[in-house]
Design a protein around this ligand. Structure first.
Ligand code: ADP
Length: 171
């Protein structure tokens, strides 16, 4: 499994699966979530509504992941995962690690080869970029032994500051 970094917009990535930093409602939001629904079109929201009507009637729990169509995006699937809101009072890093692990597990079930991740929880959810990068890279590396179909994990960092932080951590 290769870990690669690019600076850019996750909705433009030609990959099998794009991971969405969703919220538990699955009904869209700001940041990555807003961009994915805007560029991906209404089929993604329709699939999310079906998930809310079925398996995830109470919403998608933090740290879990579920796939839908990618609609009009140049990808096959969107894997929605819910990052934890950063807390100074409580260590929620296991939940952030779980987002990466569960997303890769879902990607593997789909037999996806290429998966693009945003820096989950580092926007509206307030996680410091350097700590988020440490957790993300460790979680992906730890999943390497259990994930068989995924050959590339691509982190798509929105700005150069985020890119530099991930590059320094990746070494
Ligand atoms: P969260 O609610 O999990 O914090 P956000 O979407 O607010 O999710 O932000 C997560 C990260 O994604 C932030 O670092 C933000 O700058 C970045 N981001 C926002 N839009 C995009 C995009 N179109 N492509 C890639 N990264 C993005």
């Amino acid at each position: 499994m290769n870990i690669t970094l690019v600076q850019g917009d996750i909705t433009a990535q030609r990959v099998d699966a794009v991971v969405n930093a969703a919220n538990s409602s699955l009904m869209g939001g700001g940041g990555v979530d807003g961009a994915i629904h805007r560029r991906g079109g209404p089929d993604i929201l329709r699939a999310c509504r079906e998930l809310r009507a079925g398996r995830f009637g109470r919403g998608l729990p933090t740290g879990q992941a579920v796939a839908t169509t990618a609609g009009l995006l140049p990808a096959r699937w969107v894997i929605h995962t819910v990052g934890p809101v950063h807390s100074a009072a409580e260590d929620r890093s296991h939940l952030l690690a779980s987002c990466y692990r569960e997303s890769l597990r879902v990607a593997d079930e789909l037999e996806a080869a290429t998966v693009a991740f945003p820096a989950i929880s580092t926007g509206i959810y307030g996680w410091p970029m350097d700590d988020a990068a440490r957790i993300a890279l460790a979680a992906v590396r730890a999943a390497e032994t259990s994930v068989t179909s995924v050959t590339e994990v691509r982190f798509v960092l929105f700005d150069s500051a985020a890119y530099e932080v991930f590059a320094a951590r990746l070494g």
